[in-house]
Design a binder for this molecule. Sequence first.
Ligand SMILES: CC(C)(COP(=O)(O)OP(=O)(O)OC[C@H]1O[C@@H](n2cnc3c(N)ncnc32)[C@H](O)[C@@H]1OP(=O)(O)O)[C@@H](O)C(=O)NCCC(=O)NCCS
Length: 104
Amino acid sequence: MEGVFPKTELFIEGGLRGEKGTLQLFKLGKTDAEVTSEINSRERGKGFGTSLLKAAEEKARELGLRRIYAKTHKDNSRGKGSLLKAGWKFCATQDELLVFEKIL
Ligand SMILES: CC(C)(COP(=O)(O)OP(=O)(O)OC[C@H]1O[C@@H](n2cnc3c(N)ncnc32)[C@H](O)[C@@H]1OP(=O)(O)O)[C@@H](O)C(=O)NCCC(=O)NCCS
């Protein structure tokens, strides 16, 4: 879990930037990455977050990664809901954040 928190290298950025939201994938060592995603506020709750997580997963597989992480605030029920729905598993806490992982 040590590698979850420092973001060492930007992999990809702006998957859906400007339209529905933004996706970033940060490399953590050779086989892991951290995903951050944000859907534009007017577009939330319409399924785009789920699409973005699937896109992150596909990209990570293409890059040969084995595991991806995402963090969300403990009170962010939408964030938690979208990760769980996409099959991510809770794996750790970091202060007020919950860390989820997806093994690829
Ligand atoms: C979290 C976020 C990316 C989710 O994207 P989204 O497009 O709003 O989510 P989706 O419409 O794909 O919904 C996916 C699932 O999330 C859950 N969800 C959606 N809205 C919810 C709400 N208001 N409350 C609780 N759960 C909710 C549901 O399980 C939903 O699946 P369902 O519609 O089949 O029930 C988006 O809301 C966002 O950008 N929020 C602000 C930034 C953020 O919190 N990012 C996550 C941390 S990196």
